[in-house]
Write a protein that binds this ligand. Structure first.
Ligand code: ATP
Ligand code: MG
Length: 248
């Protein structure tokens, strides 16, 4: 069964001149359990809008989304889904621990259990020594790890990621890819990963969906059958990326 299924979704946004902007046209997307599906496409082609629709933050004008086989409008288990945004959105006045604990506080998890789960999750992302550091005391890569920990602490089944590592140096980004793959296996998550970087998509995903802009529509879907871990500099990754780039 698909964990995420997008069926014939279309979306228009109203514009100030009274016209409407056709952002997504007839999008179909299937994300099997424990898969990583990457969505790639040029800036403005509707990637974030599609992720927002999957997350229930934006309502489609046509079509629908199913999560674990349940229509999104009737889906209740929203805690099993988390969203990692492009900006890390860490609160500067909270330590790493307090930032990661945020979602658990909101969910009313009691303090002792909160502490235990935050400690465990910071260890999972390799940040045990920085539990009491504030965001300004952390490097870009470390902040990214805190944001990842904050997404993971509620133990989601579905993780939506919107270009979460685009501001990192290539070597740090590769480290984060390894972390995501390791943790995804450990936790058995299903991931939808948005990026405009074709190599990043090939390194991470089982399946890459290419969107073309205006209106955003699926141009191509390609299975990536290379074994993990995938070296971003290997000829196999370069070849897959070259094939995908032709559709962009
Ligand atoms: N809430 C909104 N109201 C009106 N227009 C919007 C809204 N959100 C997005 N848009 C428009 O929809 C189009 C797609 O935006 P979206 O953010 O989904 O693109 P994207 O593929 O994520 O781009 P990027 O790679 O730059 O993040 C853009 O033209 C944008 O201006
Ligand atoms: Mg975007």
């Amino acid at each position: 069964m698909s964990v995420v299924k997008v069926q014939s979704v279309s979306k228009w946004f109203p514009r100030r001149d009274g016209e409407s902007l056709h952002v997504l046209q007839n999008i179909d997307l299937d994300v099997p359990e424990k898969a990583i599906v990457a969505i790639v496409g040029a800036s403005g082609c509707g990637k974030s809008t599609l992720l927002n629709i999957i997350a229930g933050l934006v309502t489609p004008d046509r079509g629908c989304v199913f999560l674990n086989g349940v229509k999104a409008s009737a889906f209740e288990d929203w805690r099993s889904l988390t969203y990692m945004f492009q900006e890390d959105r860490l609160l500067p006045w909270r330590t790493a621990t307090q930032n990661v604990a945020f979602g658990l506080e909101a969910a009313g998890v009691a303090r002792p259990e909160r502490r235990e789960r935050v400690t465990e999750t910071l260890a999972l992302v390799g940040l045990s020594g920085f539990a009491d550091a504030y965001p300004h005391e952390l490097s870009g890569g470390m902040r990214s790890r805190v944001a990842l920990a904050r997404s993971l602490v509620t133990r989601p089944q579905i993780l939506l990621m919107d270009e979460p590592f685009s501001k990192l140096d290539p070597s740090i980004r590769t480290q984060m890819h390894d972390e995501v793959l390791r943790i995804k296996e450990l936790m058995g998550m299903t991931i939808v990963f948005v990026t405009h970087d074709v190599e990043e998509a090939v390194v991470l995903a089982d399946k890459v969906v290419v969107l073309n802009p205006r209106p955003g529509r699926v141009r191509e879907t390609q299975e990536i059958r290379l074994p993990y871990p995938r070296d971003p500099l290997s000829p196999d990754v370069a070849e897959q990326a070259r094939l995908l780039r032709r559709s962009l």
